[in-house]
Design a protein around this ligand. Structure first.
Ligand code: RTP
Ligand code: MG
Length: 158
């Protein structure tokens, strides 16, 4: 069976372990929905080292990488495919800067200002490009293109 696609652009949003343990899930979803996104699919999983290493492989040479993997495997995460016109950049704008401490100053209404606590523990993730969105959606959900949003149509290489 195939279905007709929604009209927006899909991106991968994720609530990281600190967001889950801090009980921010409902508030984050509320922000997502209030800003006109559809939540297309969601999946709660516990990442293991191999998963986190693959998901963040672009950062494997960075000094913070071992800490990042430890953080991302410290508890469950909630991965969501969310969809809206210009969804990739809109979601990045909503989550705010990487460093939650700085976000609290420069972007006080951002999600990371609300629930993050540091440069590492920043409670949410967002794909940073169409290619990343396609790769990251495939990582968690497999091929759900079934009619295809813009992200799902991009070339994918894992
Ligand atoms: P994300 O990929 O999770 O959406 O975050 P981002 O694009 O804003 O930031 P990125 O540069 O891709 O970094 C990925 C994640 O690594 C952790 N990090 N720790 N200095 C540090 O200790 C440091 N810098 C980055 C964060 O969890 C960041 O979100
Ligand atoms: Mg990133």
């Amino acid at each position: 069976t195939s279905f007709m696609a929604l009209k927006g652009e899909r991106t991968l949003a994720m609530i990281k372990p600190d967001g889950i343990y801090g009980n921010f899930t409902d508030r984050i979803k509320q922000v997502i929905l209030e800003n006109g996104f559809f939540i297309v699919q969601e999946l709660m999983v516990q990442l293991v080292v191999e998963n986190a290493t693959l998901f963040y492989s672009e950062h494997s040479a960075k000094s913070f990488f071992p800490n990042l993997v430890e953080y991302m495997t410290s508890g469950p995460v909630l991965a969501m495919v969310i969809e809206k016109t210009n969804g990739i950049s809109e979601w990045r704008a909503l989550i705010g800067p990487t460093d939650a401490g700085k976000a609290r100053v420069s972007h006080p209404h951002s999600i990371r200002a609300m629930c993050g606590s540091s440069a590492q523990r920043n409670c949410v993730h967002g794909s940073d490009s169409a290619l990343a969105a396609a790769r990251e959606i495939l990582f968690f959900f497999g091929d759900i293109s079934a009619g295809a949003g813009a992200a799902a149509a991009a070339a994918v290489e894992l």
